[in-house]
Design a protein around this ligand. Sequence first.
Ligand SMILES: C[S@@+](CC[C@H](N)C(=O)[O-])C[C@H]1O[C@@H](n2cnc3c(N)ncnc32)[C@H](O)[C@@H]1O
Length: 251
Amino acid sequence: MRDAEAVAYRLLHETGLLRPATKLLGSPALWRASGLLESAALFATGGSAGSIGEYVESMEKRWAPFDRWFTDAPRALDFGTGLGGNLLGLRGRLGTGLGIDLNPFYITRARRLAERYGARQLRFEAYDGVHLPFEGPYDVILCTGTFERLRKPAVAAYVRRLALALAPNGRFLAYFLTAGARAQGFGRLLGQESYVFWAEEELAELLRSSGLELEERIPRFPTSGDLLVMRRRSAGVRPGTDAVAVRGAPA
Ligand SMILES: C[S@@+](CC[C@H](N)C(=O)[O-])C[C@H]1O[C@@H](n2cnc3c(N)ncnc32)[C@H](O)[C@@H]1O
C-alpha cells in the first residue's frame, strides 16, 4: 500500500498536480468529507491507507515501548484524536480515555471503532475548536500529528489550556515538528510551507509560558519530529516567569 501511495505522490508531483491537489485537500469541506469514508479518513489522519486492523495494530506498536507512562490505569486525554488510534492502541492500559477532535465524522468513526474493539472506557467528543469539552485532571495528555498543522499562537493557547488539565504528577506527551524534521525533508512532497516547524527557543518559551518542564524527549517519534514529554513545573515556580531549557536541544 505504501508503494502505491509513493507512486501516486510521484505522479502528482511530476504532472504538476500536487500543489492544486494539496490546496483542495486543505479545504475545510474536503477535510470534513474525508471522514465520510473509512479509507479516506485513515489516509487523512494517519497519512497511510490500510485496513482498520492494521491501523489499530500500528497504534499498539507505536506505544508498546512506552509502558512506563501507562501504568496504574491512567486517565488519558487525546487532543486531535482523529479516528482515536492512540487511545485504541492503548485501550488495554487506560483507566479512561477521552479523545477530542474538530471533525465530527472522525469522532463518529472513532466511537464505532471503540465499540468494535469493546473499549468501553473510551469516549470521543467533537467540539468547535474553542469550547474544549473536558475538565480533567488527566494523568496523561496525548497530542500527535495535530500541532504540525496549527499556527503557533493557536498551539500556545491549546498547550496552556491542556497544561491546566494535567494532574500534579501527570505527563503531557506532545509531538512537534522541529528544525531537524525540516532538515530531513519532512513534508517536502506536500510542500513544507503546509507544516509548522518549531525552533528550539520557541519550544522553550512555549513550555515556560505554559508552566511546563521537559522531562524527556523522544526524537523522531512517531515520525520525523520529536515527542516532548512534559510535566507541570515544580511547585513554587510561577508560570511565565522562569526560563526552562529544552533538553536535547542542539548546541
Ligand atoms: C494528522 S491527524 C492525527 C490523528 C491522531 N492524533 C494520530 O496521531 O494518528 C490530525 C488531527 O487533528 C485534528 N485537529 C486539527 N485541528 C484541531 C483542533 N484545533 N482541535 C482538535 N483537533 C484538531 C484533525 O481533525 C485530525 O483528526
